[in-house]
Design a protein around this ligand. Structure first.
Ligand code: IPE
Ligand code: IPE
Ligand code: MG
Length: 250
């Protein structure tokens, strides 16, 4: 057994931050002869399950892609339905999430949402801000490029000079400031693309793609994703620790 394997504790094998592109709700519904919104509702039910499993598996940060800056291009009824779902989730689930120690955060732009919904999101964030069990980071009206545009605008407005711009400074101006980069990004429903999700933060994330539609992606599927992650050798452009040790020893 290599040093590396012996030295790894269970903790280092669990990703601290998992991000999920919850895709395939529409196809899940259509395959059952249901309207697309029924798929989004089923997807929300599933989120409940995955949230519990994430706590059980020791994940600290869970970021979920719920509505992209490009999703405004869908038919108005679907956009409206997705807004309603966010509102319903806050109305129905907030108290329980709070009891369970979930800290809610939001990434993206709230400005374009209905003022009442903005208010609900902000008060949910405020209520749960000291919770420590798990951070649930909701990407809603989020786009990775929009986030970078926003960060550049903030830096210019703050009068930051060209020489002061560093990797860390850019990270501090992202919506995700203070949150570690995702270790693992899961995409359900089989699409092999980023779809404008965490494009800055995903520089060295591990990816896990499954054909399963999001409403069917249950606890056992999450376990499988985590097991796969635990086998990965994250090299960050260097050499694996085992090879590195051999090189040093030689
Ligand atoms: C993901 O499911 C949820 C959102 C994008 C809001 P989709 O609605 O994209 O489902 P498919 O990809 O059409 O099946
Ligand atoms: C990505 O899914 C956005 C969310 C899951 C919220 P999409 O269904 O919008 O992505 P594309 O259009 O297939 O790339
Ligand atoms: Mg989709």
């Amino acid at each position: 057994m290599s040093d590396r394997t012996e030295n790894q504790t269970a903790d280092t094998l669990v990703p601290r931050h998992v991000a999920i592109i919850m895709d395939g709700n529409g196809r899940w519904a259509i395959s059952r002869g249901l309207p697309r919104l029924a798929g989004h509702r089923a997807g929300t039910e599933n989120l409940r399950r995955i949230l519990r499993a994430a706590v059980e598996f020791g994940i600290d940060y869970l970021t979920i892609y719920a509505f992209s800056t490009e999703n405004w291009g869908r038919p108005p009824e679907e956009v409206h339905g997705l807004m309603r779902i966010l509102e319903d989730v806050i109305d129905r689930e907030l108290e329980e999430l709070h009891q369970e120690g979930v800290q809610l955060r939001h990434i993206g732009r709230l400005e374009r949402l209905d003022p009442k919904l903005q208010e609900k999101v902000l008060s949910a964030i405020e209520l749960t801000r000291n919770n420590k069990q798990l951070v649930l980071n909701i990407a809603f009206n989020y786009g990775g490029r929009d986030e970078i545009v926003h960060a550049v605008q903030c830096m210019i407005r703050d009068g930051i000079s060209a020489d002061e711009v560093t990797d860390e400074l850019i990270s501090k101006h992202m919506f995700t400031a203070g949150v570690p980069d995702p270790d693992l990004i899961i995409r359900t429903s089989g699409e092999l693309r980023v779809s404008n999700f965490l494009i800055w933060q995903a520089a060295y994330s591990e990816w896990y793609i499954t054909q399963t539609y999001w409403p069917d992606f249950g606890k056992e599927e999450l376990r499988k994703a985590l097991d796969t992650y635990a086998q990965r050798d994250r090299r960050y452009g260097g050499l694996s620790e085992v090879v590195g040790n051999e090189v040093h020893a030689g």
